[in-house]
Design a protein around this ligand. Structure first.
Ligand code: ATP
Ligand code: MG
Length: 423
């Protein structure tokens, strides 16, 4: 086996404990995949996976607390409690994949005794390395060389590998984006032959990879999906996106909002639904995209008016936009405008206003009004009239916060009520 002990890699406490415990029980075990790759290039691994010749039944006997995460595929999660906080590690038996079904899933997996066989079924050379302190780095496919060359290369014949599982195509883009690497030329050449098989892959799996690309260090590598001819197979509407500018390492919702910045909110909604994103993320993205309408109005008004004038109607509009996005999202929205190169002077003005309103606790939301639904019921409003009246009073207060006084608002509401009833 190709091992090299030139460099000692760091293995954190619990993965080390798992490896040592398995070793004491007579098994071999290694950290494997992404964590080895990341350790070698000095990136912090997102998690540590362990591979072993112990079978799931053995793993379950050896460790106190386990969960059958993917027992059919040989994966058992081992859990430790660190000050009451659960720490979960996936421990997987050396395996090879059986025959592939529809370019998607292996029909079955077969456990094997040889680590090399397990490494061979992995997607890219940089992901096909294992390490433990006894054996050092196990690198059968020159993953370390490819890390130095900064390339993503399929393990073995790329035509076979993409033919088995088309998701690997998108994963190639994902690792290129994560690491700022190129896709090796033979691997790249094979991609167009299998691109259409991406449409057979579940949207959940596609979404995981897409999200990782968009939140990576190089999100604009998403262009590779277009250059490689993947766009029309990734998900509904993907090929119609006029790409917005996505900065690196954004939270998921903001990365999607940036990607979809040039699109309408209906499009964004359908696109994200198709991708099976969670509803909280979808709601945020759609709100951020819809809020562009406020920016357009702010931009238009500010063109006609001097931004240094104290009152010019812009304040009310800005307050309305805060009411729509809440303080949770308004700063993200301003960030989004900046990312996409909107008018810097207007954005600066907008942000200063928002910060001023927030700092002074200027009334923005209906809950900030000194009048509430019960006060309106006392005046005589009923049913839907109450909400509508509160909205109108909110507008009045947006125009002049000094009017946020219970007595004043009651008087305004009474007058409105009398006029309303007399017609
Ligand atoms: P990250 O740090 O972003 O999680 P990772 O390398 O750990 O990256 P995962 O998707 O978590 O990536 O997969 C873990 C490992 O499992 C990979 O490093 C690779 O060895 C293997 N793997 C995952 N998916 C596939 C696949 N579709 N085909 C072949 N091997 C795969
Ligand atoms: Mg991982």
């Amino acid at each position: 086996m190709q091992t090299s002990s030139t460099k000692k890699l760091y293995i954190p406490k619990y993965p080390k404990l798992i490896i040592d415990t398995l070793k004491k029980a007579g098994f071999d075990a290694y950290i494997v995949g992404g964590c080895v790759r990341d350790e070698l290039i000095g990136k912090k691994p997102s998690d540590y996976d362990i591979t072993t010749n112990a079978k799931p039944v053995d793993i379950k006997k050896i460790f106190k607390k386990t969960i059958d995460t993917g027992i059919k595929h040989g994966t058992v999660s081992v859990i430790f409690y660190d000050n009451g906080k659960p720490r979960v590690y996936e421990v997987t038996t050396y395996r090879v994949d059986g025959e592939y079904d529809d370019a998607r899933h292996p029909k079955n997996v077969v456990f094997v005794d040889d680590l090399k066989e397990d490494l061979r079924r992995r997607d890219f050379t940089i992901n096909a390395m294992a390490y433990n302190d006894d054996k050092g780095l196990v690198d059968e496919f020159d993953g370390r060389g490819d890390l130095t060359k900064k390339i993503v290369r399929a393990v073995g014949n790329p035509y076979d590998r993409f033919g088995e599982d088309a998701l690997r195509i998108l994963r190639a883009v994902r690792f290129a984006a994560k690491l700022g690497f190129d896709i090796e030329s033979e691997t790249k050449k094979a991609i167009p032959f299998f691109a259409k098989n991406l449409s057979l892959i579940s949207k959940e799996r596609i979404q995981v990879e897409l999200t990782k690309i968009l939140t990576s260090d190089n999100p604009m590598y998403i262009r590779l999906a277009y250059d490689l001819g993947l766009a029309k197979y990734i998900c509904d509407g993907f090929d119609r996106i006029k790409l917005g500018h996505v900065e690196k390492n954004l939270p998921v919702y903001l990365a999607y909002a940036a990607l979809l910045y040039n699109m309408e909110s209906d499009f964004a909604y359908n696109f994200l639904k198709d991708l099976k994103l969670d509803n909280v993320t979808i709601d945020r993205v759609v709100a951020l995209i819809s809020a562009k309408a406020y920016y357009k109005r702010i931009l238009k008004l500010s063109k006609h008016q001097d931004l240094t004038i104290k009152y010019n109607g812009l304040d009310a509009l800005i307050k309305e936009s805060i009411d729509y996005l809440k303080y949770d999202l308004i700063y993200d929205f301003i960030y989004l405008l900046r990312m996409n190169g909107e008018n810097l002077k207007v954005i600066t003005f907008y942000e200063e206003k928002v910060r001023f309103f927030a700092g002074r606790k200027i009334p923005i939301f209906i809950k900030d009004l000194k009048i509430n639904g019960n006060d309106l019921i006392e005046i005589g409003f009923i049913g839907e009239e109450i909400g509508a009246a509160l909205k109108n009073l909110q507008k009045i207060v947006h125009n002049n916060y000094k009017l946020n006084d219970k007595k004043l608002l009651q008087d305004i509401a009474k007058k409105a009520y009398n006029i309303y009833k007399s017609i």
